[in-house]
Write a protein that binds this ligand. Structure first.
Ligand code: B3K
Ligand code: ZN
Length: 891
């Protein structure tokens, strides 16, 4: 085969996946070759795209030898030409496998030119370069760049990128990439081009390209050093009136990051593009964020309060990544929480500052307890920094994100606000432009605090949710109160035994009048031993314990308090988070007792203490609106399941229904009053205060509608008819979705007719129907799959209809197992289209061992059916094997 050059070589198909490889953190090795710069030229056509890249490469001489090959990852590409230092390579100079291009021998520094063909128009996985209807766009994190061109696709290879995009002038008038536009021009055949240059070195996962017929909402921001930044939000033309909120959110986030973390934006232009087909929420590509349209588009009539809030947070999150993620990035994907945990932490901090109340804390704790605790207790449990993975996309988890954020919150608690800020400043300064590790991050905080954080780092390496047992003693003679804390952490996959962690426990002590007894109200105890006692001197009366104030650590507390004591805290604790939490604990206890009664077919009876505690809150006029609403909500079903070994969804549903009905029956008058007090007919405007009012009002309406009599129905219909915003309309739709009545069909139809042109709103319509507890919900979901608005290739519609159904407590878990069969069928179908979406749908199955024996057996057989299917993606393969065998076979 001498002197044979390539005309076209298609990569061999990947062997599907009988033995996918497990990647280990311990095997990390620095790259053999650095890429200093890359120049990309994209020629976009309707039936293929040609990508030409020129790489300036340099051997990492400390690590690699002369004979060390240069390996570039690539997936589903067609290689057209390969030129090294101006010389075309022969077939004998390289190998092309399903995963990589391997060039056998290369000089110490060289230029490599690669031409390849990719097919965005056939890319349904939405990873790499793909089409979202008339638009070209990209998603490269984690390993999508290798689907665009051959490249050492790993975050520690950081290069300067220039990108030229060539496309049809009419179809793709807007051509975008990272950095600044530096040149543009016209070509023959009605084509044009734009060249972009990103002055910052970046890993290829932050590369982005967009081409399409888009319009931009433009604005600007002046940084604190006086630089003018152009801000542009690109959307489809019909959506141009829906970007104002996102733009305000962006400016708010830019200002906040300057004030709170001293972080200024660095390029002259910040662009966001909203796309309809996107696997997750958004992506922080340098200077060119790509967003799921759902987190950009909003007008009062089209978006709910929750949508407005999410836009604030996601826009903020992606913006904050510009420093925590882009300027300082991850050395390898095991360090993912270095950027994600930190950025979620910064996002939470932003939200705390916007909302100025405990509600933000409550929502974070609720999220963690409902999802992350379950993850930590299930077959996919992993440390915040995982030690191995099969498919990295499976590790964008609530452990890496939300628990990772809580770990940083603990660090801040331990070091104090000022020292923590110094640590952050040092981190950004010391590692600017580098790809680093979690150790590097913690080392900065060790340096500024002069503390040894070795034990603290266990939070990154040990999986599982620590549990704290509490004993208390009061000695009247010595006026000493003693708190004895015992920590343990249940075994998790590959980690049977755990070491004691450093856990900051915020504690308050109250007297009988509910007044704080400790200096500064709250004290932080550093729990470091398996068992440890803490003495509080000069306590003149037996105090009431308020533990884990402000959710100071992501742990479970076995509370020593009686129901009476919990009710006391619910009424009096000065820490709003703990007031709410005492109410949650009390409700959980009542729910668990009622579940036992229900299972023994005993009549359900209301617990008087529980009722009185809730009644007085309902009637409390001074209680903050948002907090009142949070307290009046029953604990989420996933959180209830945390306390059960063999969960029966019917029992949970029946008991929660019973409690809701009791609240409704007993508090009818007050619920109505609260409804009226919080009902607002003025022009809608999103703010935390008005959103809290709507939240409480609609919660009251939903309680009232537990008895859908004439009056309550009339109230619902009136709200439906007069609503001037989506929150209020959707609230009615959501309530009626659970009521079998003629109004239900009528309103569903009216809603559809009014909004059929807007896909995001039709997703709400799907969601409401898929979450209904009515017995024919599965059949309804199956029918909706045939609806023209449902598109199995579009992740948003799949999440809305199928995802929502898979979390429907009663209907998904319906005893016959038909819900399970339905989901497994869809997962197998989705796996051939979009493995990341298929893997996400597996979540509903991962906790199968938490349910009763019958349901376990039925879920297991669906999991086995999936597991036995040939040609699974690595994504689904890893999850299904871990679900069934606790490990993927090879590990
Ligand atoms: N960094 C992205 C997530 C990418 C997910 C890849 N499967 C969005 C974010 O967390 O900001
Ligand atoms: Zn992120």
């Amino acid at each position: 085969m001498t002197n044979t050059t390539i005309k076209s070589m298609v990569q061999p198909k990947a062997e599907h996946h009988n033995q996918p490889k497990t990647i280990y953190l311990k095997d990390y090795q620095p790259p053999h070759y650095w890429v200093d710069s890359v120049d990309l030229i994209f020629d976009l056509f309707e039936d293929y795209t040609e990508v030409r890249s020129t790489l300036c490469v340099r051997r990492n001489t400390g690590i690699a030898q002369e004979q060390t090959p240069f390996i570039l990852q690539g997936e589903e590409l067609e290689l057209r030409a390969l030129v090294l230092n101006g010389k075309t390579l022969d077939l004998e100079n390289f190998d092309l496998t399903a995963e990589a291009l391997i060039i056998h021998t290369v000089p110490e520094t060289f230029t490599l030119e690669i031409t390849c063909i990719t097919h965005p128009e056939k890319n349904t996985a939405l990873s790499g370069l793909y089409r979202s209807k008339a638009l070209f766009c990209t998603q490269c994190e984690a390993e999508g760049f290798r689907r665009i061109t051959f490249f050492p696709d790993r975050p520690d290879v950081m290069a300067k990128f220039t990108t030229t995009i060539i496309a049809d002038t009419n179809l793709y008038p807007v051509l975008l990439s990272n950095g600044n536009p530096i040149e543009q021009g016209l070509l023959i055949n009605n084509r044009h081009w734009v060249k972009w240059e990103d002055p910052f070195k970046k890993p290829c996962y932050l590369f982005a390209l967009v081409a399409g017929h888009l319009i931009a909402l433009e604005d600007h921001f002046v940084t604190r050093s006086g630089r003018l930044i152009a801000l542009k939000i690109f959307v489809e033309w019909e959506n141009q009136d829906k970007c104002a909120h996102a733009m305000t959110a962006l400016k708010k986030a830019m200002k906040w990051d300057e004030e709170t973390y001293g972080r200024e934006y660095d390029l002259d232009i910040y662009m966001i593009v909203a796309v309809n087909d996107f696997n997750m929420g958004a992506m922080e590509n340098k200077g060119l964020n790509i967003f799921n349209a759902k987190y950009i588009l909003a007008r009062p009539e089209t978006a709910t309060d929750t949508d407005f809030q999410h836009i604030d947070l996601v826009v903020g999150h992606e913006y904050f990544h510009n420093w925590s993620g882009n300027r300082v990035t991850c050395r390898d994907w095991f360090q993912l929480s270095l950027k994600e945990g930190l950025t979620v932490f910064r996002e939470h901090h932003f939200m705390d500052d916007i909302t100025q109340s405990a509600v933000s804390l409550i929502e974070h704790a609720m999220g963690l307890r409902s999802h992350q605790f379950a993850e930590d207790a299930g077959p996919m449990a992993h440390p915040v920094r995982p030690e191995s993975y099969v498919e990295i996309n499976n590790f964008y988890t609530s452990t890496v994100y939300e628990k990772g954020a809580e770990v940083i919150k603990m660090l801040k608690t331990l070091l104090g606000t000022d020292t923590f800020r110094k640590g952050m400043d040092l981190y950004f300064e010391r590692f600017d432009g580098q790809a680093v590790t979690i150790e590097d991050f913690v080392a900065c905080h060790e340096f500024v605090s002069k503390r040894d954080l070795t034990q603290f780092k266990l939070w990154y390496s040990q999986a599982g949710t620590p549990e704290i047992e509490v004993n208390e003693e009061y000695h009247p003679k010595t006026q000493t109160y003693t708190l004895q804390l015992k920590q343990s952490c249940p075994p998790t996959p590959h980690q049977p035994k755990k070491n004691p962690m450093l856990i900051p426990i915020a504690v308050g002590l109250l007297n009988a009048q509910g007044e704080d007894l400790l200096e500064n109200k709250t004290q932080i105890l550093n729990l470091t031993e398996t068992e440890q006692s803490f003495n509080f001197p000069s306590i003149t009366e037996k105090p009431m314990l308020s533990l884990l104030r402000g959710f100071s650590a992501p742990v479970k507390i076995k509370s020593p308090l009686s129901n009476e004591q919990l009710a006391f805290l619910l009424a009096h604790d000065s820490d709003d988070f703990n007031r709410w939490d005492a109410g949650q604990m009390l409700s959980i206890r009542i729910i668990l007792e009622l579940i036992e009664d229900w299972q023994k077919s005993k009549p359900l009876k209301i617990n008087n203490l529980w009722w009185k505690a809730h009644q007085s809150l309902l009637e409390d006029k001074r209680l903050n609106t948002a907090l009142k609403a949070e307290i009046l909500m029953l604990p989420s079903s996933p959180y209830v399941i945390e306390f059960l070994d063999s969960a029966d969804p019917d029992a949970i549903f029946a008991v929660k229904k019973f409690l809701r009905k009791e609240i409704s029956r007993r508090a009818k008058k007050h619920l109505l009053q609260l409804y009226q007090d919080n009902h607002n007919t003025e022009r809608y405007c999103y703010s935390t205060e008005t959103a809290a009012k709507r939240f409480l009002k609609n919660l009251c309406l939903s309680y009232l509608m537990e008895y859908p009599d004439k009056n309550h129905m009339a109230l619902c219909l009136k709200q439906w008819k007069t609503a001037n915003n989506m929150t209020d309309s959707l609230a009615v739709l959501g309530i009626l979705a659970d009521v079998d009545c003629p109004e239900r069909e009528k309103i569903l139809e009216e809603f559809y007719n009014r909004w059929q042109h807007d896909v995001l709103i039709i997703n709400k319509w799907f969601r409401v129907q898929a979450s209904s507890a009515l017995p024919n919900t599965l059949e309804c979901v199956q029918k909706l799959m045939q609806h023209p608005a449902f598109d199995i290739n579009n992740p948003n519609t799949v999440y809305a209809l199928i995802g929502t159904f898979s979390h429907n407590l009663v209907c998904f878990h319906e005893k016959s197992g038909k819900g399970y069969r339905f989901l497994a069928d869809i997962i197998l179908q989705l796996d051939t289209i979009n493995p990341q979406v298929a893997a996400r749908m597996m979540t509903a199955f991962t906790h199968w061992r938490k349910f009763d024996k019958d349901r376990q057996a039925k879920m297991r057989s669906e999991l086995e059916r999936i597991q036995k299917t040939a040609k699974l993606s690595t994504d689904v393969y890893e999850i299904v094997n871990k679900c069934l065998f606790g490990t993927s076979p090879q590990t």
